[in-house]
Design a protein around this ligand. Structure first.
Ligand SMILES: N[C@@H](CCC(=O)N[C@@H](CS)C(=O)NCC(=O)O)C(=O)O
Length: 262
């Protein structure tokens, strides 16, 4: 009944999987190989014209955008609600969605510059050019090309790190005297933000998290949840994590100077 087309290593897909698992919903898995360009296959594009993951198919209707998918699932399956009970807290959760809408594109910058670029540059040039040319959104296409051309020296790196530093600072402030990001309990806000904290931890930027003790403690709480383990930890292939960690450790000394000097 619920089919999720997703990338095992996609932060937006992790959000959708985390919601499905927290709500205890049964779903079928349809992996989309992003590095091979499967998101641009016509059959997939018919489900998601933007050529992005995730896409949820429910009773024959396709839905995209991880925040929309989360809200939809909570409305259609109201048992085990994941949105906060109070209207003010639900509004705060939506604000985190907006923040993550800014963080998501720069996560691609970091991930491709650090970890995926070396792998992609091994592809024949024509294949790589076609992969970039197929990206629907022109801004994202330009960003991808720049990162492939310049790696961690791409001009997009500095603003990307600044957006992450702002996210972490906002979280540290919000978690003052609170265990969770949007109200008194774990909520959809955690499912929205945690995959991005996981990504920078994997990419060798753990120092940015450790420097903010409330964020670090929050992340420990979130990643210990069985649903996070099922939706994120257990799905990302171990060789991918190892590659993230190795390339991240190599890049960090350079990125640290950018992140810290601002
Ligand atoms: N705002 C969207 C973002 C979806 C998105 O961009 N997903 C990435 C993976 S995390 C993707 O499909 N990338 C494909 C590509 O860059 O070609 C959401 O939250 O669902």
């Amino acid at each position: 009944m619920l089919a999720l087309h997703h990338g095992p290593v996609s932060t937006a897909s992790e959000r959708a999987r985390f919601v499905l698992e927290e709500k205890g919903l049964a779903w079928t898995s349809h992996p989309v190989d992003l590095l091979a360009g499967a998101q641009h296959d016509p059959a997939y594009r018919a489900l998601n014209p933007k050529g992005q993951v995730p896409t949820l198919v429910h009773d024959g209707s396709a839905l995209r955008e991880s925040s929309v998918i989360a809200e939809y699932l909570d409305e259609v399956f109201p048992e085990s609600p994941i949105r906060p009970a109070a209207a003010k807290d639900r509004a705060r959760a939506r604000l985190w969605d907006k923040t993550i809408d800014e963080v998501h594109p720069v996560t691609g910058v970091l991930t491709y510059a650090i970890a995926f670029r070396p792998m992609l540059l091994k592809k024949p040039k024509a294949e790589l050019d076609a992969l970039v040319a197929a990206i629907v959104d022109p801004a994202r296409r330009a960003m991808r090309q720049s990162v492939l051309d310049h790696g961690v020296e791409a001009p997009e790196m500095r603003p990307a790190l600044a957006i992450y530093v702002a996210l972490l600072n906002e979280m540290e402030a919000e978690l003052s005297g609170a265990d969770w990001l949007a109200g008194p309990a774990f909520s959809v806000a955690e499912t929205a933000v945690a995959p991005f904290i996981q990504r920078i931890a994997h990419l060798g930027m753990g120092e940015l998290i450790a420097a903010r003790p409330r964020v670090a403690a929050w992340f420990e709480r979130v990643r210990a949840r069985p649903a996070f383990i099922r939706a994120v930890t257990d799905v990302i292939p171990a060789p991918v994590v190892a590659n993230f960690q190795a390339t991240g450790a190599e890049a960090w000394p350079r990125l640290r100077t950018i992140a810290v000097s601002g």
